[in-house]
Design a protein around this ligand. Structure first.
Ligand code: SF4
Length: 177
C-alpha cells in the first residue's frame, strides 16, 4: 500500500498529450464540412450513430467530436437521436448477428437522401472479429456503404476528413471509399 502511494506521487499522469492539429486547422476542416453540407443539402449535417457491435473504441473517438476541443456542433454538425432526422448513418462494429435487423431497420427509417459511413476496420470487413460465429462481417453485407473511414479506431480528425470527402463526393452521385 505504501509502495503504491509513493508511486502515485512520483509517477507522471497517464493522460495523453493534447491532439496535434492546431485549432485553426481543425476550425478550417470543420468549417469546410459545414460549407459543403449547406451547398449539398441546403442545411447543416445531421448524423445518427449506430453501434453495430463495436468494442467502443470507435465510439470514444466519435464522441470526442462533441468535446470542448473539437466541439463540432458550433459548425452545425450534430448527432441526432433518431434516424428520421439524419442525413448520415455513422456505423461502427462488425455488425453482430443480433444487430443486423436493427441496422436494416435504422437504414430503412432514414429518409433519402442518406449516406452510410462505415467507421473503423470492423465496420469494413469484421476487423478483429471477422470469422466469428456471432458477426455478419462488415456493414456493406447489410446495407449499402458510401464511405469507409479506416482505422482502429480512426481519430476524430480522420472522421472529419471522411465526412468532408463524403460531402464533396455526393453531388457526383458516386460512392467514396
Ligand atoms: S475498428 Fe478497432 S476500435 Fe473500432 S470497433 Fe473495431 S476493434 Fe474497436
Amino acid at each position: 500500500m505504501r509502495k503504491l502511494l509513493f508511486e502515485s506521487l512520483i509517477r507522471l499522469p497517464l493522460t495523453e498529450p493534447a491532439p496535434s492539429p492546431s485549432d485553426t486547422a481543425m476550425e478550417e476542416l470543420t468549417a469546410s464540412i459545414d460549407e459543403a453540407a449547406r451547398r449539398r443539402l441546403g442545411r447543416s449535417l445531421s448524423i445518427r450513430a449506430v453501434d453495430a457491435g463495436s468494442c467502443n473504441g470507435c465510439e470514444l473517438e466519435m464522441h470526442a467530436l462533441s468535446n470542448a476541443f473539437y466541439d463540432i456542433e458550433r459548425f452545425g454538425i450534430r448527432f441526432v437521436a433518431s434516424p428520421r432526422h439524419a442525413d448520415v448513418l455513422l456505423v461502427t462494429g462488425p455488425v453482430t448477428k443480433n444487430m443486423r435487423e436493427a441496422l436494416e431497420r435504422t437504414y430503412n427509417a432514414t429518409p433519402a437522401p442518406k449516406w452510410v459511413v462505415a467507421l473503423g476496420g470492423c465496420a469494413r470487413d469484421g476487423g478483429c472479429f471477422a470469422g466469428s460465429y456471432a458477426v455478419v462481417g462488415g456493414v456493406s453485407k447489410v446495407v449499402p456503404v458510401d464511405l469507409h473511414i479506416a482505422g482502429c479506431p480512426p481519430s476524430p480528425t480522420d472522421i472529419l476528413r471522411g465526412l468532408l470527402a463524403l460531402l464533396e463526393h455526393v453531388n457526383t452521385g458516386g460512392r467514396a471509399s
